[in-house]
Design a protein around this ligand. Structure first.
Ligand code: FE2
Ligand code: FE2
Length: 189
């Protein structure tokens, strides 16, 4: 397994969640909250993996594309952080997720496209480097944050340094929030 096939699989998996969200019933608030949480978690860890492995390796080789990709991650994280605090019953909830879905689909098209970062990686990186990145990605998936952080550092060395403590705090916060949300939903039914 190399990092590019791993990230491409991530892209397909999250896109399947997007489709599921699009097809979900607008009044099934529990299902919308469940899909929101899954999308949030998948995108947060995916961004973390790219920002710690692939993107730094391509700095200087595809500098403008890396900077644009970081900026697109940043914008999506900001919207996701809002979505996380928003009840699925809010007027703008689905519209906000639609913006996330459109932004990510555009971003993925650029990453995987003929002049994109994945092609730059194929040209510039050795297979052994890309395999090592996949191993690092597996470690990050085990310990990585489960929430998007628009204000956390997204370039090394700071993103690496804050990775573990952020993950520990986040898991606790996420669990507490999910319990609360389930309670609220149960009361509403
Ligand atoms: Fe990306
Ligand atoms: Fe990606």
């Amino acid at each position: 397994m190399n990092i590019l096939s791993l990230l491409t699989t991530d892209h397909r998996n999250v896109d399947a969640l997007f489709t599921e969200f699009t097809l979900a019933k607008p009044d099934d608030l529990e299902d919308l909250a469940r899909l929101r949480d899954l999308i949030l978690e998948q995108l947060a860890i995916h961004a973390e993996i790219e920002e710690e492995t692939l993107y730094p390796a391509l700095r200087g080789r595809a500098e403008d594309d890396v900077l644009e990709a970081l900026e697109e991650h940043h914008a999506v994280k900001a919207t996701l952080a809002e979505l996380e605090r928003m009840p699925p019953s809010a007027e703008r909830f689905r519209a906000k997720m639609t913006v996330v879905i459109e932004s990510i689909r555009h971003h993925v098209e650029e990453e995987e496209g003929p002049d994109g970062l994945f092609e730059a990686a194929r040209k510039a990186l050795k297979p052994v480097e890309m395999e090592a990145m996949a191993e690092r990605a597996a470690q990050l998936r085990e310990a990585g944050p489960t929430r998007p952080h628009p204000h956390a550092p997204d370039t090394p060395p700071l993103n690496v340094l804050v990775g573990v403590p952020v993950a520990v705090i986040d898991r606790v916060v996420t669990t507490a929030r999910q319990v609360l949300e389930r309670t609220i939903l149960r009361k509403a039914n």
